[in-house]
Ligand binder design. Sequence first.
Ligand code: TRP
Length: 356
Amino acid sequence: MTTTVDTLGASVAQHRSAELEQLIRTEPGRFRVLTGDRPTGRLHLGHYFGTLHNRVRLQDLGVETFVLIADYQVLTDRDVAENLSEYVEELILDHLAIGIDPERSTVFAHSAVPALNQLLLPFLSLVSVAELNRNPTVKDEIAHSRQSAVSGLMFTYPVHQAADILFCKANLVPVGQDQLPHLEITRTVARRFNERYGNGTPVFPQPDALLSEAPLLLGTDGAKMSKSRGNALALSATADETARRIRGARTDAERHITYDPERRPEVSSLVLLAALCEGGDPRQVADELGDGGGAALKRRVTEAVNERFAPIRARRAAYAQDRRLVRDVLRAGNERANAIADATLKDVRAAMHADY
Ligand code: TRP
């Protein structure tokens, strides 16, 4: 039953996303995007092809873009946020390297925006415990949590995410399918707030998900590429590190290279990665490799990745020399986010007749 509902929800979101893409191209000024990550490690190629390049694309189309560093949210599935300041810097460097321009986009950390966090309180009053309990993404994260007990933060973080999105009245959130249940909670919060307190003038937009087709890249061990599994190809890796990791990647015993994700997930993921980097078609890459076997495949992938990411890595290395610039980007982003959050909180308190 849930599957039917989920699939239906996803296909509606897909249809809507296609419409939105049209609108974005004609009227980018109508949109404000909010998107973000938890600072839990270096971003990898799965992130790049899944979401990061899409952020730059939206920015470059003229959509106002907010990039959130979800630092408080690191604590949802672990007791301590390790290497936090290092990972925050890495995230900023990754974004600058791929082309996020701090003059046009706002990069900020939610822990530095008190008024954003204060929205959590009225927002929590708008959702029921039962609704939080049945969020499938939370269930999944609880199943994979590193904590021995589920914390209140884990349980309530979709509502915090609503605060992340609504503090700046973002109306567009680029996400993968797994985040759709969270976005549904954000939409519910916005709608209920408007109904309960809006007095005919909505305070919040009901943001849309912008589903991007995230190609599923596997890690070097054949499992989903993930920051915490040690199987990822980092955006910031050197050419040598990349070569070494790809050399060690799992393949299979068949010499003939094909693109067949169902039957040959590891080989196909490598073929796909080469194709993504080259801007080509995975079937054609596989045809060209033919009987070349795993070694030729890995050589091709290594070259493709290193070539595609050379300029990004060079920019990243240059920015990494200038720690002050990185900190300034964050400081300016936090300031801007605070100004917006203060204004929104003022609206919220006025709507709730708490503006004394
Ligand atoms: N939950 C997201 C993740 O795990 C990170 C995140 C926090 C986020 N707040 C957000 C994403 C708001 C989009 C919008 O990756």
